[in-house]
Design a protein around this ligand. Sequence first.
Ligand code: 1GP
Length: 251
Amino acid sequence: MKHTLYNQFVDRKKAGKKSFAVLIDPDKVDNEKIEQLVGLGTEARVDYFFVGGSLVISSHLDECIQQIKAACDIPVVLFPGSPSQVSKYADALLYLSLISGRNPELLIGQHVISAPFVKKSGLEIMPTGYMVVDGGAPTTVSYISNATPIPADKNEIAMCTAMAGEMLGMKLIYMDAGSGAKRPITEAMIEKVARHIEAPLIIGGGITEPEKAYHNCKAGADVIVVGNAIEKDPGLIKEISAAVHSVPVKA
Ligand code: 1GP
């Protein structure tokens, strides 16, 4: 069987190894910044670069990914805010369905429209149940998606949503408090969800400290995603990567 990136997510989860993904929003980086992030990411042994944003107004998604790919071997995973954010230069695509919302467009509508184009890209497609959790302030994703986030303290709703997503066939679950969230997702919610699903669990939104990343992993996160905080302080790449990779591997 071809060893896909998805297999790698699963293998790492089985082995209890935690991963760190640096989120790059093409709208917020120029060539120099990409070079810096790739350099720091390589040095810190970052596991993935996620590329995407809620808007992506600029048109240099392809170039951005090509630059990353030319400079390192770290896999690039598309984390698209819209169907236009597909680039054949990436390694895989998080094929997101907003299962926490009740907006049919983001559950299935946009997928139908973009299906032939996505298939033609040749990308590895990773069906992902995307859950937006209230992060204490309206974020771009909550506004754009026109969907109510899961209340931050409703752990049971998060758990049931993730379980339903998995039973519907989602291969990954991504819980996101939204970019720049004031309050990242609580460990209690992560723990509740992680205990009830087998799929690798991705956690992001408002993580600004290595300690938080570490505790999220201990609570059951398999992949930690950080964007905003790294844009402000790229030095955090090293610290957060070290924290995530220091989580003891389960026996
Ligand atoms: C947002 O999960 C990502 O969709 C990362 O959030 O930018 O707050 O790190 P931050």
